[in-house]
Design a protein around this ligand. Sequence first.
Ligand code: ADP
Ligand code: TRP
Length: 339
Amino acid sequence: MATTVLTGIKPTGTPHLGNYVGAIKPALALAETASKALYFVADYHALNAIHDAQKLRGLVLEVAATWLALGLDPAKVVFYKQSDIPELFELSWILSCFTAKGLMNRAHAYKAAVARNLGSRGGTASVDDMDDLDAGINMGLYSYPVLMAADILLFKTNVVPVGKDQIQHIEIARDIAQRVNTVYGPTLVLPEARVSAETAVIPGLDGRKMSKSYDNTIPLFLPPEKLRKLLFKYKTDSSPPSEPKDPDTSPLFHLYREFATPEETEALRGRYRAGIGWGEAKEAVFDVLNRALTEPRRRYAELMAEPERIDALLAEGAARAREIARVTLEETRRTIGVR
Ligand code: ADP
Ligand code: TRP
């Protein structure tokens, strides 16, 4: 069966090693086997959080350059930015007319924001406090899942590679599509989430999941010396070098494994068991990481020096994406009785 794969990348921070291993690498691999792949920068999703024009523009370029530098081939993958596809916003409105408000009330990001507000009120609230519980929450955050459903459904997507935290959003997209299909008969294609393996969760400098929210990340394209310095900040215990160490519980080993050959991984496993100094382990991680990142780092720097080239690539991608988008939107408009 022909499969369309699609995913969105929210430009809200400088891409880090966790993003590469958990999202970029598997998505690029998936694109190789799909009959059609569409990957896009979700800049209008980022707008509900980033209200600084220069920052948003900078992050869009960084994210786009990162994917291109790491091997996304724009001849094979339709690569664009969300804001270049006007059809999305029309479909988004259509979908919102089929979306139960209660479904949005249950979306994680919104619920988490309400919970924070409730917490700051001491944990109790009545209906009269509704305004307070929604404090600081804009409609962009609230209807985020509807726009995301439009992102997916506009391209008749079958498979959406995402992180675990996004599964609910794909379920919501299915719910909304099903609701439309129930009313009008088969119209929209139901998407499925594809989550990469749990083992691909990269630990950050403090041992927790690497995440920009924890401020424990290693950005992908640091100059070698900075990369080395940061790797040496990985939290380790105070066991002496001669003491045998468990590779499987070591974040450093975990990182090593993602970038080393199987032979190299086995060799380091042996050194852990025999006793290895943390300094040596960090040096080993630096070597394989730096080896893997040298070429992409060069390509990234080249692209960032020529933002017009990135813009031109994204514009070409948008033109191709809109050819598909126009067809689905036209079909949907007819289906609902709008011509
Ligand atoms: P962050 O946690 O830094 O905010 P995002 O939520 O923007 O990162 O994640 C973007 C993508 O990168 C998601 O698919 C997510 O699953 C993946 N990802 C983020 N951090 C990690 C990590 N530490 N290990 C593996 N994958 C990750
Ligand atoms: N919400 C996703 C995230 O935060 C980004 C995203 C926007 C997306 N639209 C999408 C992902 C459509 C997959 C499909 O990571």
